[in-house]
Design a protein around this ligand. Structure first.
Ligand SMILES: Nc1nc2c(c(=O)[nH]1)N[C@H]1C(S)=C(S)[C@@H](COP(=O)(O)O)O[C@H]1N2
Ligand SMILES: [Mo]
Length: 234
């Protein structure tokens, strides 16, 4: 691992801010104390959590401000190499069979939140509903923040621990955490879990996402990518 990859994400954000001329880039450090302790105080599972900033608590990351969509406005488009393009409402997602997960969230910069409760729809259920055309090998994701992107190979996207989430931490996903709907890719570092998810596009090839263009691994397996040795999420 070279020294560039070893730099914490905060440093990269500062660098990116220079590149983009300060266009709406925010890092959680400033608000982490408030948000972290709020989350701690409402942690639904009676876990004893540290009130120290950064310990076992989420940091809020955004590269493009905090976009807002109500659950009634919300639309998720499913396009590309599919038999039937879809536009799913929030209610459409609630009406599909739910998947519940209780798994850690690990950022590549080192912080990890253990045993987070997630609820949503398996991404593979949405893909199956649209129908995958031959020639497809990847799934691209867009955010209604207008800037952040991500992608997975089709086989990664078909895992049962990859969900289009509408609940985390025991309730609706807050605006800061990417509500009303975000992706949660359990086996991979947090940058795969795109917030404010607005588009799913089935494609013939993976396209590196926002952070991957800035040096992070496209295959973001926890513990075996980015030169890190974290314990994978089981
Ligand atoms: N749209 C969007 N999604 C995003 C990010 C972002 O900046 N914008 N940051 C990613 C990174 S690096 C992490 S670790 C997690 C952080 O999730 P949180 O802000 O809910 O803690 O969101 C990921 N998804
Ligand atoms: Mo991250």
């Amino acid at each position: 691992m070279n020294s560039k990859e070893a730099k914490p994400i905060g440093r990269r954000v500062v660098i990116a801010m220079g590149v983009l001329g300060g266009a709406g880039i925010v890092i959680g450090n400033k608000i982490q104390n408030v948000v972290g302790s709020t989350l701690n105080s409402i942690a639904p599972n009676n876990r004893l959590v540290s009130l120290l900033p950064g310990a076992d608590s989420f940091q809020i990351y955004t590269v493009s401000g905090f976009p807002s969509e109500s659950t009634t406005q919300y639309k998720l488009s499913v396009t590309g190499l599919v038999d039937t393009p879809l536009t799913l409402s929030y209610q459409d997602l609630l009406d599909m069979e739910p998947t519940n997960l209780d798994k850690d969230f690990q950022c590549v910069t080192g912080w990890r939140v253990p045993n987070v409760k997630w609820k949503g729809v398996a991404l593979n259920a949405i893909l199956n509903r649209a129908g995958i055309k031959s020639g497809a090998s990847a799934v691209l994701f867009q955010s209604f923040d207008g800037l952040y992107t991500e992608s997975l190979t089709l086989s990664q996207a078909n895992r049962n621990d990859v969900i289009v989430a509408y609940e985390m931490l025991g309730g609706a996903i807050s605006e800061e955490h990417g509500g009303p709907v975000r992706l949660y890719v359990a086996p991979m570092y947090g940058y795969k879990s795109i917030k404010w998810l607005s588009g799913i596009e089935v494609s013939d090839k993976v396209v590196p996402g926002y952070w991957e263009n800035l040096g992070y691994d496209v295959d973001a397996w926890i513990g075996s990518s980015n030169g890190r040795t974290d314990t994978p999420v089981d």
